[in-house]
Design a protein around this ligand. Structure first.
Ligand code: GRF
Length: 211
C-alpha cells in the first residue's frame, strides 16, 4: 500500500508559495499531500488558502520579552510546541514558505535533514529580511547585475544558509521597480519550490516503495 508523502507547511503571510504547492498537489504534478499549515501570524492569508483547500490550518502565536533570559526560554518553549504540533502530522518534509521566524534547534533537531527553506536571493547574498529590496539597492549602486532564488535544507540556526537544493538566477532590469522585481522572483519561487518538492518526493517514494 503506498501513501502520499506528507508535507507540513509553515507560513507567516500571503502564502502564494503554499498555493503553488497546493495546486501542484491537486493537479497530481506533485505526489504529496499538505497535511497541515501552521502560521505564527493570525492574519496570514495563507491560512485562508489552507482552509479553502480543506487542510487543517493552525495559528501558533509567539510571545516575546525584553529580558534576554526570558526571551530565550520563550523561544525554546515555542519551538517545542511548534515541533509537537508539526510532528503530530508525521511529515516527511517541513516546508518553510514565507515563514518569517528563526527556528532554533529545539525545533530543528526533531526533523533532521527534513526542513526546507526558500529564500529570495542567491546563496550567501542578502540573508535575512528585505532581501529583494537590498538586492535592488545593490543593483542600483552598481554592485550586482542579478539576484535569484535559493532553496536549501535547514540543518541549524544559520540564517538562510544550509545545503543547497536548487538555485536560479533572476536578472534585474534597468527599469525594475521593487514590485516588478518581486513579481518575477515570486514566479520563479513558485516554479522552483514545486520542482524541488517533486524531486524530493520521487526520491523518497523510490527509497521507501512500501510507505
Ligand atoms: C517569499 O518571497 C519568500 O521567499 C520570502 O517571503 C515570501 C513569501 O511569499 N521569505 P508568500 O507568503 O509565499 O506569498
Amino acid at each position: 500500500m503506498s501513501s502520499l508523502v506528507k508535507l507540513v507547511v509553515l507560513i507567516s503571510g500571503n502564502g502564494s508559495n503554499l498555493q503553488a504547492i497546493l495546486d501542484a498537489c491537486a493537479s497530481g504534478q506533485l505526489e504529496a499531500q499538505v497535511a497541515a499549515v501552521i502560521s505564527n501570524q493570525p492574519e496570514a492569508f495563507g491560512l485562508e488558502r489552507a482552509r479553502r483547500a480543506g487542510i487543517p490550518a493552525h495559528i501558533l502565536e509567539a510571545r516575546s520579552s525584553k529580558d534576554p533570559t526570558t526571551r530565550a526560554s520563550l523561544r525554546q518553549e515555542y519551538d517545542e510546541r511548534l515541533a509537537e504540533l508539526a510532528a503530530h502530522y508525521d511529515p516527511t518534509w517541513v516546508v518553510l514558505a514565507g515563514w518569517m521566524r528563526l527556528l532554533s534547534m529545539a525545533f530543528l533537531s526533531r526533523f533532521p535533514g527534513r526542513v526546507i527553506n526558500l529564500h529570495p536571493a542567491l546563496p550567501g547574498a542578502f540573508p535575512g529580511t528585505h532581501a529583494i529590496e537590498r538586492a535592488l539597492a545593490a543593483y542600483r549602486s552598481g554592485e550586482i547585475q542579478y539576484t535569484g532564488v535559493m532553496i536549501h535544507l535547514v540543518p541549524d540556526e544559520g540564517v538562510d544558509d544550509g545545503p543547497l537544493l536548487a538555485q536560479e538566477i533572476v536578472p534585474i532590469l534597468p527599469d525594475d521597480s521593487l514590485e516588478s522585481l518581486e513579481e518575477r522572483l515570486h514566479a520563479v519561487e513558485h516554479r522552483l519550490y514545486v520542482a524541488v518538492l517533486c524531486r524530493l518526493t520521487r526520491r523518497e517514494m523510490k527509497d521507501t516503495p512500501n510507505r
